[in-house]
Design a protein around this ligand. Structure first.
Ligand SMILES: C[S@@+](CC[C@H](N)C(=O)[O-])C[C@H]1O[C@@H](n2cnc3c(N)ncnc32)[C@H](O)[C@@H]1O
Length: 274
């Protein structure tokens, strides 16, 4: 089994290929993404609040509400970063587990434990090979990480594996407004202001990469059909804040893959608890 492509799913092809030829691919992308988030972790929250004018908090709270899960439900936050989503899930009475590839980001999340703001277990793992039993989660959240994984098909297959039948997923990602004027302003802000501010307060290379990384995202229609192909139904798409962010929700369809198939996919999983 290929360690960097643990589910042995094909890497993105055709329309999924980024338009920027200088963006890393495959195993090199995974290494670059992890190093980048390790580097920006200490100031990630500050930059996030500044660059989104605090709107990121509202987006996550909306994503939690759209899960429509009862109190006490178990929700896995994929690519949890510094723990924002986990904190919102707990505030809504849900039981959260945070999973991320970057030890630096998880160390920042750990500080919320120490400050008594967070209880969620934090797990260092790749979202493409989750150390979780099949059909074990009632819900999944994922904030602003779809464009960071090496293979979206493999990610969606993993989400489908760990969600119980009827389980819910709420995925947030950056987007481009459909309105021409808004899009032009947004492009200017994302391509010029974000790298400048990021460079002043954090890591210049990382905040130059972030706008470029939008090129990894397939068009909305393709994104939604990829989810359906992996066994999701009731797939919805909403533009938030004029279209600068998108919220995708989906329900895990029954029947799920056969138990034999699920066990085969679980074999690569290793449990690491911080
Ligand atoms: C833009 S940050 C978002 C963090 C958080 N979800 C939020 O809403 O602020 C992207 C996160 O995805 C994580 N990430 C990227 N690729 C990953 C992967 N393959 N598996 C797990 N986490 C990953 C990064 O380490 C980083 O913490």
């Amino acid at each position: 089994m290929n360690q960097n492509n643990p589910t042995n799913s094909p890497l993105p092809q055709g329309p999924n290929l980024p338009k920027h030829s200088d963006l890393p691919q495959g195993p090199a992308k995974r290494v670059a993404v992890r190093a980048m988030f390790d580097a920006i972790a200490p100031r990630y929250d500050l930059l996030n609040r500044m660059l989104t004018f605090g709107m990121d908090r509202r987006w996550r709270r909306k994503a939690v509400r759209t899960l429509h899960l009862p109190k006490g439900a178990q929700v896995v936050d994929i690519a949890c970063g510094t723990g924002d989503f986990c904190q919102d899930l707990e505030a809504a009475g849900l039981q959260a587990v945070g999973i991320d590839l970057s030890a630096g980001m998880l160390a920042s999340a750990q500080q919320r434990h120490q400050a008594g703001k967070l209880k969620a277990p934090l797990v260092l793992a790749d979202a493409l090979c989750l150390p979780l039993h099949s059909r074990s989660a009632d819900g999944i959240t994922c904030g602003f990480a779809l464009r960071n994984v090496v293979a979206l098909d493999a990610l969606f297959a993993e989400l489908a594996r760990v969600l119980r039948p009827g389980g819910r997923a709420s995925l947030l990602e950056v987007a481009e407004p459909s309105n021409r004027l808004l899009r032009a302003g947004h492009q200017l802000y994302f391509a010029k202001a974000v790298p400048k501010i990021g460079g002043w307060l954090s890591d210049s290379a990382a905040y130059q990469y972030l706008p470029k990384s939008m090129a990894y995202l397939p068009p909305t229609a393709e994104l939604l059909s990829m989810l359906k192909a992996q066994g999701f139904s009731k797939v919805t798409h909403q533009q938030l804040s004029g279209g600068i962010t998108q919220l995708i929700t989906a329900t895990r369809t029954t029947p799920t893959p056969s138990t034999e198939d699920l066990l085969k996919r679980e074999q690569g999983a290793v449990e690491i608890y911080l």
